[in-house]
Ligand binder design. Structure first.
Ligand code: DGL
Length: 293
C-alpha cells in the first residue's frame, strides 16, 4: 500500500485526484494506493494571497497533514501554491513532492500559430517562476495571460450545485477573442478544469476553429506513476486506518461519511458539513473525512 497526498486550497485538486486515480488503476492495476485529499478551505482562496503568507501557511498545513498521515508522495495540486512554495516544501520535508505548473511546455509545442493563452490566478500569472517556464519551454510562442479569481469562485459555486452563468465566464476570458490566432488555451489553475465544458463551449465562438483547451492533469499523473514505480513497498496490503501503514490516524479523528463505501480516500478539510458532504459526493461517496484545525 502506498499513500499519496493531494493538496489544494479548495476543490480544484479533485480534478487532479480523479485523473490520477484512473491513471494508476489503468497502468498499475495491482498497486494498492490510498489517497488523502487535503482541501485547505481554511485559507481559501490562494490566488489573492501574498507569496510570503502562502509559503508560511502551506508549509504549516503540509506539516499538519504529515503529522496525521505517513505519505509516500505529496502532490501540490495547485498552480498558485506550486509556483512559489515548492522549493520551501522540498527543503523542509523529505518525501517526493510533485508540483502542478501551467502546461506551458505541451501547449507551446502543440500550437501551430504560436499564439497561446494562459488562464490562471492573478498570482500565478505574475510569478517569476512562470517567466522561467516560458523562457525554457515557450518555443517562441506569444502567450496572452489572463488572471482571474472570479473563475475560482465560479468553480467552487458550481461544485456546490449553483447554476453557472456562461456570460460571466465569457466576460472574464474575453481578451482571447481579441487574438484570432490563439489555437491553444492552458487552464493554469486546477479549479478551472471544473469549468472546461463551459470554457470550451464559449471558445467555439472563437475565430480559430482548431482551438484546444489543455491542463496539467495528465502530465502530473504520469510523473506520479514514475514515482510510484520507484517506491519499494511491502507486498502485503493493510486496512486504511491501521498503524501497519505507518499512519497515526485514529477512528476518532474522522467523520466517517459513508463507512460502507469508503475506498481508500481520506479527505482533510474544514469542519463544515457542507464541504465534507460535497467533496465526498464528488468522490462517489468513497471517502472518509477528517478535520483541518
Ligand atoms: N486551485 C488553485 C490553483 O491551481 C488556486 C485557487 C485559489 O485561488 O485558491 O491555482
Amino acid at each position: 500500500m502506498i499513500t499519496i497526498g493531494v493538496y489544494d486550497s479548495g476543490i480544484g485538486g479533485i480534478s487532479i485526484l480523479n485523473v490520477l486515480r484512473e491513471y494508476v488503476l489503468e497502468k498499475l492495476p495491482d498497486q494498492q494506493v490510498r489517497y488523502v485529499y487535503l482541501c485547505d478551505n481554511l485559507h481559501y482562496p490562494y490566488g489573492t494571497k501574498r507569496s510570503e503568507d502562502l509559503v508560511s501557511f502551506v508549509c504549516e498545513t503540509v506539516r499538519k497533514m504529515l503529522d496525521l498521515y505517513k505519505l509516500d508522495i505529496l502532490v501540490i495540486a495547485c498552480n498558485t501554491a506550486s509556483t512559489v512554495v515548492l522549493p520551501y516544501l522540498r527543503n523542509m520535508f523529505k518525501l517526493p513532492i510533485v508540483g502542478v505548473v501551467p502546461a506551458i511546455k505541451p501547449a507551446c509545442a502543440r500550437s501551430k500559430t504560436k499564439h497561446v493563452c494562459l488562464i490562471a490566478t492573478q498570482a500565478t500569472i505574475t510569478r517569476a517562476s512562470l517567466e522561467e517556464l516560458i523562457q525554457l519551454y515557450g518555443n517562441g510562442c506569444q502567450i496572452l495571460r489572463i488572471g482571474s479569481s472570479l473563475l475560482v469562485d465560479i468553480a467552487e459555486r458550481k461544485f456546490r450545485s449553483y447554476p453557472v452563468d456562461d456570460s460571466l465566464i465569457e466576460q472574464e476570458i474575453k481578451p482571447i477573442f481579441s487574438d484570432p490566432l490563439i489555437d491553444t488555451v492552458i487552464l493554469g489553475c486546477t479549479h478551472f478544469v471544473h469549468l472546461k465544458g463551459e470554457i470550451t463551449r464559449i471558445l467555439s465562438k472563437h475565430p480559430c476553429k482548431d482551438i484546444r483547451v489543455i491542463d496539467s492533469s495528465e502530465g502530473v499523473s504520469a510523473h506520479c506513476l514514475d514515482l510510484i514505480k520507484k517506491i519499494v513497498v511491502p507486498k502485503h496490503s493493510c486496512d486504511n486506518s491501521k498503524d501497519e501503514c505507518g499512519s497515526s490516524i485514529k477512528e476518532s479523528d474522522f467523520y466517517i461519511y459513508n463507512q460502507d463505501h469508503k475506498d481508500n480516500i481520506f479527505v482533510f478539510t474544514k469542519k463544515d458539513d457542507m464541504s465534507m458532504k460535497l467533496i465526498s459526493s464528488h468522490l462517489d461517496n468513497k471517502c472518509c473525512v477528517s478535520f483541518l484545525k
